[in-house]
Ligand binder design. Structure first.
Ligand code: HPA
Ligand code: ZN
Length: 318
């Protein structure tokens, strides 16, 4: 197995149905589902919003730092088995603080296992604090300030949740502030939203990677820019199929993106919801005849190269 880095992974999206039930029981949280089958039956999504509604309802079971630590460790277990040797994971603090969980507990729970992940799992890691874009810039800025004040370790900021109607340019000041703090900057753009959102993420937010970005193919000038600057795109094939961004794995544009010289990586996004982890995403692409051995090597190398791992770790993994 070639070493790979996973660069587009939402920790909240790693909660497996069994874990949701187990943590609910531990915390005495009543779930609105009769049983596991009832919950699983709801994993048929019509679009991004229908997924977000379920995913952010299920995080209601997370109450203590132990819950957040268990979620993080379970992901590291599964990622290590998938061949992931470096992981940069998203967390949305707003989704938890608004429910009354102290930010300190959220951050302590997640950063505990991450800070030990190289030793415990052979996976180097970093945390990216992501902002729920539908909650606006003021809330994002308050979240950034609160996380900075905690002095908890994180490597960057991201932008996720409902894309359409919430363009990257709304968050110019937050990303400016993050950059001034020496943080890395990434943003979801061009998943459901138009190519203009990718332009804004590049030119206004000055991000170092685009999460998803597949709709860049609708704009030749944008593709040219992304190729020229070798801006990494963190593509999530099973997510795109599950959220009806593309019709099927067979018609997924990843081969076209590689062919056009885009710096593509493969990631799992929300693996508990979209049918699998990063190895499952590679398997699905290979099953559809999309990848030759050289493509797999390119994708693996891209993921390491596009990561924010330190240079010595990158050399180790290349
Ligand atoms: N897009 C936007 N927001 C998200 C996603 C996604 O794929 N996954 C979790 N939050
Ligand atoms: Zn995502």
């Amino acid at each position: 197995m070639l070493p790979i880095a996973e660069l587009h992974l939402h920790l909240e999206g790693t909660l497996e149905p069994e874990t949701i039930f187990a943590i609910a029981e531990r915390n005495g949280v009543e779930l609105p589902y009769a049983d596991l089958e009832d919950l699983r039956a709801r994993y048929a999504f019509s679009d991004l919003q229908s997924f977000l509604d379920l995913c952010y309802a299920n995080v209601a079971v997370l109450r203590t730092s132990e819950d957040f630590a268990d979620m993080t460790t379970a992901y590291l277990d599964r990622a290590a088995a998938a061949g992931v040797r470096h992981a940069e994971v998203f967390l949305n603090p707003q989704a938890h603080v608004e429910r009354g969980v102290p930010l300190r507990d959220v951050m302590a729970g997640v950063t505990g296992p991450l800070s030990e992940s190289l030793r415990t799992h052979g996976v180097s890691s970093g945390l990216i604090v992501a902002f729920l874009r539908d909650e606006g810039e003021e809330s994002a800025m308050a979240t950034l300030e609160a996380v900075l004040a905690l002095d908890a370790p994180f490597i960057g900021v991201g932008l996720d949740s409902a894309e359409v109607g919430h363009p990257p340019s709304n968050f110019a000041r937050v990303f400016e502030r993050a950059r001034a703090e020496g943080l890395h900057c990434v943003a979801h753009a061009g998943e459901e939203g138009p190519p203009s959102y990718i332009w804004e993420a590049l030119d206004v937010l000055r991000v170092q990677r685009i999460d998803h970005g597949i709709r860049c193919l609708e704009d030749d000038q944008l593709v040219q820019r992304l190729v020229q600057d070798q801006v990494p795109l963190t593509v999530c094939p099973l997510s795109n199929v599950s959220l009806k961004v593309v019709n099927s794995i067979a018609s997924h544009p990843l081969p076209m993106m590689l062919e056009r010289g885009l710096k593509v990586t493969v990631n799992s996004d929300d693996p508990a919801y979209f049918g699998g982890y990063v190895d499952d995403n590679f398997d699905a692409l290979m099953g559809a005849g999309h990848l030759c051995a050289a493509d797999v090597a390119t994708l693996a190398r891209n993921s390491i190269d596009a990561s924010f791992a330190d240079p010595s770790r990158k050399r180790q993994l290349m």
